[in-house]
Design a protein around this ligand. Structure first.
Ligand SMILES: Cc1cc2nc3c(=O)[nH]c(=O)nc-3n(C[C@H](O)[C@H](O)[C@H](O)COP(=O)(O)O)c2cc1C
Length: 217
């Protein structure tokens, strides 16, 4: 197996970080520089990323926590056609956290950690210009995956989150995000807490043939 294969397989979502173990700035800068090599439609490089550490990161987490307390997030709807995958994921993740099926309070308490970026010391929001469209969102995704792999290769852990972007007004204020940018998702970066069992899951994938058709006629 090549080095790339190993890094792709090692990357996974971390949902509890060591808050006091900072991300070395040089590793972050290297990973960001590599991610900038991602392809994009007409090379528009549509990703706009706002990251925070220290006091600003803490203010962001506190503001999001207050927003969630004031108004629960809108339902992150997954169409019924795909919901079985979310249910399977939930069973695996919450199971590893020791939250029983049907324990809605336990689930909610676990979900709440989303809005403190799972304690990650480096956290932020990924945006795209409001005038851009679906092909450009592909470019943002390409940037993100390249970034995650570059971080993984440097021993760092991460999680992409839609949950924090569900409060666009809050993240705009805390990160000085201009009006023309639409928050797409959050990102957490740091070192995984080794004592948290749910950090070591291997979330299964469909068989290739479920998602890909290759005609050879
Ligand atoms: C766009 C996007 C949004 C996501 N949002 C969340 C989220 O809000 N909370 C969370 O815990 N995980 C979130 N995830 C992580 C996914 O659940 C995870 O990538 C998927 O289950 C596969 O697991 P793996 O990353 O460990 O391989 C998100 C991932 C992506 C790419």
């Amino acid at each position: 197996m090549g080095e790339l294969d190993a890094v792709v397989r090692r990357r996974h979502s971390t949902r509890m970080f060591l808050p006091d173990k900072p991300v070395p700035r040089e590793l972050l800068d290297e990973a960001l520089a590599l991610a900038m090599r991602a392809p994009s439609n007409s090379n528009v490089q549509p990703w706009r990323v706002f990251l925070a550490t220290g006091a600003r990161r803490d203010r962001l987490g506190a503001a999001l926590a207050a927003a969630v307390r004031a108004a629960p997030p809108p339902a992150m709807g997954i169409p019924e056609s795909h919901n079985h995958l979310r249910r399977a994921l939930g069973a695996q993740v919450y199971g590893a956290m020791g939250v029983a099926r049907g324990d809605s309070e336990g689930r909610w308490n676990a979900q709440l950690r989303n809005w403190d970026f799972f304690r990650a010391p480096l956290a932020g929001i990924v945006c795209m210009h409001r005038d851009l469209g679906l092909p450009d969102a592909i470019g943002v995704g390409m940037f993100l995956q390249t970034l995650l792999l570059a971080l993984t290769d440097r021993g760092l852990d991460s999680c992409v989150q839609v949950s924090t972007a569900l409060y666009p007004d809050v993240v705009r204020v805390q990160l000085d995000i201009p009006d023309e940018l639409t928050p797409l998702c959050g990102i957490c970066i740091g070192y995984a807490d080794p004592a948290f069992a749910a950090n070591f899951l291997d979330i299964p994938r469909n068989a290739v043939a479920d998602n890909v058709v290759v005609y050879d006629d």
